[in-house]
Design a protein. Structure first.
Length: 108
């Protein structure tokens, strides 16, 4: 499994901050986690948004286990952003890996 993790990805957490007027803004933090991953293109499709057709692609990222990762993170890979849909722990004696299902091409 480790030998298949040949691609560097960046995990970015979603954070909320309060501005001077008391309002909140939500953005992806610059406190990133860079890890090696196995990247697989699982599927793709097209959908309409307004009067435009938008492609989406579903990817599977396999990484070493990191307990802090939640669906509130996004993945940056090859200058593209992926929204995390689901995280599954893969057990080989104990939690060693995570399989992350993510989608590219949708608004955050």
């Amino acid at each position: 499994m480790i030998g298949e993790m040949r691609n560097k990805i960046i995990l970015q957490p979603l954070t909320a901050s309060t501005d001077a007027a008391g309002g909140q803004s939500v953005s992806f933090s610059s406190s990133n986690i860079t890890v090696w991953a196995k990247v697989e293109n699982a599927s793709g499709s097209e959908g309409s948004f307004g009067d435009q057709i938008r492609p989406t692609a579903n990817y599977t990222f396999t990484i070493r286990y990191i307990s802090a990762i939640t669906p509130k993170y996004r993945i940056s890979y090859n200058s593209k952003f992926f929204n995390i849909q689901h995280i599954k722990s893969i057990r080989e004696g104990k939690e060693r890996y995570q399989e992350i299902q993510a989608q590219e091409g949708v608004a955050t």
